[in-house]
Design a protein around this ligand. Structure first.
Ligand SMILES: Cc1ncc(C[n+]2csc(CCOP(=O)(O)OP(=O)(O)O)c2C)c(N)n1
Ligand code: SF4
Length: 245
């Protein structure tokens, strides 16, 4: 196995199925390194959505569950109820999470269900060809906003902040970016530990790049990511100060 790949990576699935330069691969490799470091590969259940996240169906050599569009949170809540000693991860795109799936996430957060959600925010519905998502910022051009997203369609939804406002004091809520994989590694670890140590809900949004639908080269992808992080601020949004058990 290539030393740059996490140990929990499925060797037969190299190279991955994402487009060249896709941010999903960066998020997943960082997640894999955390799973290696925490030695939790055997107890982890990895739930994926419909969207480009489904291209991770064979990324890891760990138990993986394919769910319906926007329904990864309730599926993983059910899994965790059946297997309380497992580490339940829900890996979702921003369209699925914040449009069709938002109500599920809100109630998962309110009930402090002990799962860890990672939402990859590339500001579009990538798998279906780059339509506008709730995260698309005002003025941004997509397949369904060819003249730039109209202000009347709403500014980009700051979902981690929204979820934080629900008042679950045991939740860990943060936003990272594929522009800073060292920080992302730390945030993923904290998000998983809030499940394993505190038996509580965690929510991590990751700002990511989609060169195919953004129609950007590597340099322009990261310039756009930098501009995204001015609107969507990275870092910890809320975390519990005391351990629950
Ligand atoms: C109930 C339902 N509605 C719509 C779709 C069509 N659909 C498949 S993938 C997708 C977009 C996914 O976008 P996102 O969740 O942002 O993930 P990305 O592809 O950007 O990673 C949609 C709308 C579907 N499969 N099921
Ligand atoms: S369409 Fe975008 S998000 Fe999907 S695999 Fe390609 S680059 Fe990644």
């Amino acid at each position: 196995m290539d030393k740059l790949e996490p140990r929990c990576r499925k060797e037969a699935a190299i190279p991955h199925l994402f487009c060249p330069g896709c941010g999903h691969a960066l998020v997943l490799k960082t997640l894999g390194r955390v799973i290696d470091d925490m030695k939790i590969a055997r107890q982890t259940a990895f739930g994926i959505d419909i969207g480009c996240s489904l291209l991770a169906w064979n990324f890891f050599d760990i138990n993986t569950i394919q769910t319906h569009h926007g329904r990864t949170a309730p599926v993983m809540v059910g899994y965790k109820m059946a297997e309380p000693k497992s580490v339940a991860l829900a890996y979702v795109g921003d369209g699925a999470a914040y449009a069709i799936g938002l109500q599920s996430i809100i109630h998962t957060a309110l009930r402090n269900e002990p799962i860890t959600m990672i939402v990859v925010n590339n500001e579009n519905y990538a798998m279906t060809g780059g339509q506008m998502s709730p995260e698309t910022e005002t003025g941004v051009i997509t397949q369904t906003s060819p003249r730039g997203k109209d202000m009347n369609l709403g500014a980009g939804l700051k979902s981690p902040e929204l979820i934080s406002s629900l008042g679950n004091e045991k939740a860990f809520i943060a936003r990272g970016s594929v522009a800073n994989l060292v920080e992302l590694n730390k945030l993923i670890k904290k998000a998983i530990e809030n499940q394993t140590k505190n038996n509580s809900f965690s929510f991590l949004e990751v700002l990511s790049i989609c060169p195919t639908n953004w129609r950007t080269n590597a340099k322009d992808s990261f310039s756009r990511l930098e501009s995204m992080s001015k609107y969507y601020k990275t870092g910890i949004i809320s975390e519990t100060t005391k351990e629950v058990n």
